[in-house]
Design a protein around this ligand. Structure first.
Ligand SMILES: C[S@@+](CC[C@H](N)C(=O)[O-])C[C@H]1O[C@@H](n2cnc3c(N)ncnc32)[C@H](O)[C@@H]1O
Length: 359
């Protein structure tokens, strides 16, 4: 029934602010997603915008990101079928924490880096209360909305610079972006309804993972479509420098050093896709592990390394490839989305060799 096909599209994905998010390209991407499939896997899910589309299309959705703050979004909006944050939950989250003395990481590390002392204390206190929520998905939702609020609070939406407090004292900047001086609690309460309203059940057992895609892929079975949107190597690839604060807040690291002016945690997690010396070997490993998945969609950019021709050659060892382009009209959206640069999609379908191998 035609109506059935659209029933989950009444739910709206809350607009993300994440480098390389595909939120603004979803209707374009959708044209290349076969609709006769059952299970779709988003291996580098970031903000989860593409996974949300998979869920809306009614697929069993497997999603993954090696950063846990992104996995929390996956738990909250992809895996979660019904849990929402209500007023009783908010009372718990905003109460004076009984465990305050064990939650001082934000205050100690980030006061006067990104936040004033009072705001750091507020988010520490909130963090201490998250485990008191009785439902795992509610906890994931609390992380998700708070992490989004922290991104709103920071100028330019990432933590790779330390201008937030400087800008928060500049009336011109404030005029352009009032979030700079708004309390984090207000931002949280403003954002919450859009997240609560995005929770739905597509009658599938969706799962969110928090692993390196290279480790996870060999363990998955019966996947029909894999979507690969790795960092665009050579162009804003280091997500851990841009979003370290959200990962630190989520993990509440006790075993890391906090280095440089931005206080990024060290050591970082291993990606394999963010350095030129490793990226080709990582793609080969990824494709080898994906040979049982018939359809692949791979997002790319004409400023990435390796260049498009080299990358196409690499893929054609495994799949038939068609290259689709979308040109950016302006520079919004990060990750190589400079005016004139192109968003590219490799649409990969099984070749004869693949079927023969399988038989
Ligand atoms: C371009 S972003 C994905 C954007 C996403 N499609 C969206 O719409 O928001 C790339 C993501 O890959 C993640 N990542 C990097 N290396 C990874 C790895 N080895 N395994 C899994 N995720 C990885 C980063 O944390 C980042 O969120």
């Amino acid at each position: 029934m035609l109506f059935d096909e659209y029933k989950y599209f009444q739910y709206k994905f809350p607009e993300p602010q994440y480098l390389g998010a595909k939120f603004t390209h979803l209707s374009w991407l959708r044209k290349f997603i076969p609709d006769n499939i059952t299970t779709a896997f988003d291996a580098f899910a970031g903000s989860q915008s593409v996974s949300f589309l998979f869920k809306q299309m009614g697929f069993k959705t497997l999603t993954n990101d090696f950063l846990n703050f992104n996995n929390k979004i996956g738990k909250a909006l992809i895996e979660n079928k019904s849990a929402k944050l209500n007023n009783d939950d908010l009372t718990i989250l905003f109460q004076d924490s009984p465990d305050k003395k064990n939650f001082t990481l934000m205050e100690t590390v980030f006061t006067n880096v990104f936040f004033e002392k009072k705001e750091s204390e507020f988010i520490d206190n909130f963090r201490a209360n998250i485990p008191l929520l009785d439902d795992f998905y509610k906890q994931a939702l609390a992380f998700t909305v708070m992490n989004r609020s922290l991104t709103r609070k920071i100028t330019m939406g990432h933590f790779g610079h330390t201008q937030a407090l400087v800008y928060a004292a500049d009336p011109e900047r404030i005029k352009r972006n009032r979030s700079l001086i708004r309390p984090i609690k207000d931002l949280f309460l403003e954002l919450l309804p859009t997240y609560n309203n995005a929770v739905f059940d597509n009658e599938q057992e969706n799962l969110s993972f928090n692993e390196n895609a290279l480790d996870l892929l060999p363990k998955l079975q019966n996947v029909d479509l894999a979507y690969f949107d790795p960092p665009y190597c050579d162009s804003h690839a280091d997500y851990q420098s841009f979003y370290h604060l959200l990962e630190t807040y989520t993990e509440y690291w006790k075993d890391k050093e906090f280095i440089n002016g931005i206080k990024r945690y060290e050591p970082k997690r291993y990606s394999g896709f963010d350095t030129k010396s490793e990226v080709i070997a990582s793609f080969e490993k990824l494709f080898e592990s994906a040979t049982d998945i018939p359809y692949w969609l791979i997002s790319y950019n004409n400023r990435s390394y390796p260049d498009i021709q080299t990358f196409e050659k690499l893929i054609s060892k495994y799949r038939n490839v068609k290259i689709e382009y979308k040109t950016y009209q302006n520079g919004r959206g990060g990750k190589g989305s400079v005016a004139g640069s192109k968003e590219i999609l490799f649409v990969c379908t099984p070749n004869k060799k693949h079927f023969i191998t399988n038989n």
